[in-house]
Design a protein around this ligand. Structure first.
Ligand SMILES: *[C@@H]1O[C@H](CO)[C@@H](O)[C@H](O)[C@H]1NC(C)=O
Ligand SMILES: *[C@@H]1O[C@H](CO)[C@@H](O)[C@H](O)[C@H]1NC(C)=O
Length: 259
């Protein structure tokens, strides 16, 4: 997770960084307009950000495919209390070290900058990826730069389906599920669960990061479960019986669906 200090550290009186509150949430209108943001980086210079390759979305191994370390923290209007987890942004910069081409990053973590409209605290790898060849270190050395960004639809390698990670501590009365590898909008705004037996959709509540949960005390929940996903722009998909009858916590269940 990015430094709690960032809001203080970046609350400088630099003339070109006026202190203004966070901007409006970035939505799924994909209007193609570039907006300005502050960019920093954290972790190892060529790393994926957090030392444990995780982050405030609850994802793991963000250094590995399909994220490949092209990851970032977002401040409030990007991270959206976790509902922005998995969304994608095209970014580019204009310093002499910056290449003309843009790169795409995934929101996998959060930062607390309340003094700039938009702030990407990038992985060292993603920050360096904006540079001309051979200028990665020189660009990273700047530490803090302005960048241009816009929301884009997330794409994953062909064949990459949405996966569900049943979280530690889940049991028949409390089920917490992390959703990952969501293409298109990338983020999930509602998740519902259905037992095969009852065929009734039950709303899950957003827990934190990319994790949704259901607490059900009337009787033990019984698998297999289907999960219905609603993306930020309202598209829906159902992963039928994706979590089997004999499900276990700390297990990843791959679906055969993708937006
Ligand atoms: C931004 O998104 C978060 C998370 O969905 C929400 O709680 C908040 O109300 C939104 N803010 C605005 C200004 O819409
Ligand atoms: C980058 O873009 C500018 C303006 O479009 C152009 O003049 C310059 O040649 C480009 N540089 C490279 C390396 O493509």
């Amino acid at each position: 997770m990015a430094a709690v200090l960032s809001a203080l550290l970046f609350g400088c009186s630099c003339a070109h960084h006026p202190q203004v509150p966070p901007g409006p949430n970035i939505t799924t209108d994909y209007d193609g307009r570039w907006l300005a943001a502050r960019a920093t980086w954290y972790g190892k210079p060529t790393g994926a950000g957090p030392d444990d390759n995780g982050g405030a979305c609850g994802l793991k191994n963000v250094n590995l495919p399909p994220y490949n370390g092209m990851t970032t923290c977002g401040n409030l209007p990007l991270f959206k209390d976790g509902k922005g987890c998995g969304s994608c942004y095209e970014i580019k910069c204009t310093k002499p070290e910056c290449s003309n081409s843009s790169v795409v990053v995934f929101i996998t973590d959060m930062n607390y900058d309340l003094l700039s409209p938009y702030h990407f605290d990038l992985s060292g790898k993603a920050f360096g990826a904006m540079s001309k060849p051979g200028m990665e270190d020189k660009l990273r050395h700047r530490g803090i730069i302005d960048l241009q960004f816009r929301r884009v639809r997330c794409t994953y390698p062909p064949g990459q389906k949405i996966a569900f990670h049943v979280q530690e501590g889940s049991n028949p009365f409390y089920l917490a599920v992390l959703v990952k590898f969501v293409a298109d909008d990338g983020d999930i705004f509602q998740m519902d669960l259905m037992e095969k037996e009852t065929q009734e959709w039950m709303p899950m509540k957003h827990s934190w990061g990319a994790i949704w949960r259901i607490i059900y005390l009337k009787r033990p929940l019984k698998g297999p479960f289907s999960i219905r996903l609603t993306s930020e722009s309202g598209k829906q998909l159902v992963a039928t019986d994706v979590i089997p009858k004999n499900w276990k916590p700390m297990t990843v269940y791959k679906s055969n669906i993708q937006f």
